[in-house]
Each structure stands twice: as C-alpha cells, then as structure tokens.
Design a protein around this ligand. Structure first.
Ligand code: KMT
Ligand code: NI
Length: 156
C-alpha cells in the first residue's frame, strides 16, 4: 500500500508534481482503516478471523478487467470512478492485480491509495471516494459485507 496526495497540475510549469505520502495514521484520521494480511499464511483463515471479529458475514469476489466485463468495461470503470459515498462501509481485499482507491480528505483533497495483493481497506460510510484500475487493468478483489450491503452509490 502506498497512499499519497497527487496534484494533477504541477505548481510550476516543467516541475514534476509532488506526491506527498499519507501514512496509515493519516488515513485513520479520516476513518480509513488499512490492514495487510500476513504473507505466506492461509488467506481464507485470515479473512475468516477478520470477518468474524467485525461481523462481516458475507463476501464475494469481483474481477475487474477488460476480459471479465467485455463491452461494458468502459461503462463499469466510469461508474467506479464517479465520486460517490455509501450508507455502509466499503471493505475491499485485493486478491490479485492492483488498483487505486481515491478518498477525499477533510479539506476535499484527493488522496490516492495504491493497493496490491493482501492489502485490505475499510472505507467508512459517508466518505467520498472512487476506484480506478492502474495501467495493468486487472483487479481481483474480495468485497466483505454484513447482511444486505447498502452500496448503492450516492454520486456527488
Ligand atoms: C466499488 O464499489 O466501487 C468497488 O467495489 C470498486 C471495485 S473493488 C476493487
Ligand atoms: Ni464505493
């Protein structure tokens, strides 16, 4: 996991945009929890433990790639990248591939959170966010949830 502010425009022409790192503490101040599963240990049992501690009784897996979505890939990405909030937490564990979750800080600045396999993120209800794959265009992620997730995006 690497989280950073990423100004889209360089402050001075010809100057590379800065990417100042945001620590896990910094994320936590926004209510964003980050965990990393132990490498080399059984993933399922780690998920079971985490889920039972937190009451996530359900899970599914999404595979985000041009192959899996076919013709609707661009449309799907546009939905994921539309800034939105949910009534519930959004809990995601990266299983394979990688991708970005962008969240707004308290001053409405974007923080980009780059995730790779074994990275687990909990976005609190009500935080503005969006998702984008990186240049590899492949993210396989587990979605953890309580009984009936209220993930209907509420667009900004
Ligand atoms: C969402 O709700 O936007 C997503 O689940 C994005 C894909 S999970 C990597
Ligand atoms: Ni969302």
């Amino acid at each position: 996991m690497h989280a950073y502010y990423y100004p889209q425009e360089p402050a001075v022409q010809g100057e590379a945009p800065t990417r100042s790192t945001v620590t896990t503490d910094g994320l936590l101040k926004l209510g964003v929890e980050y965990y990393r599963l132990e490498e080399g240990q059984d993933v399922d049992s780690q998920i079971d433990t985490f889920s039972s501690e937190r009451g996530y009784s359900n899970r599914d897996v999404v595979n985000i790639s041009p192959q899996s979505f076919g013709e609707s890939y661009a449309e799907k990405l546009a939905i994921f990248f539309q800034e939105h909030i949910h009534e519930d937490e959004e809990i995601r564990l990266i299983l394979e591939g990688s991708g970005f979750f962008d969240v707004r800080d308290k001053k409405d600045q974007w923080i980009r959170i780059a995730l790779e396999p074994l990275d687990l993120i909990v976005l609190p209800a009500g935080i503005y966010h969006r998702f984008a794959p990186d240049e590899k265009n492949f993210t396989k992620a587990m979605r953890l949830f309580k009984d009936l997730p209220k993930w209907t995006p509420i667009n900004r």
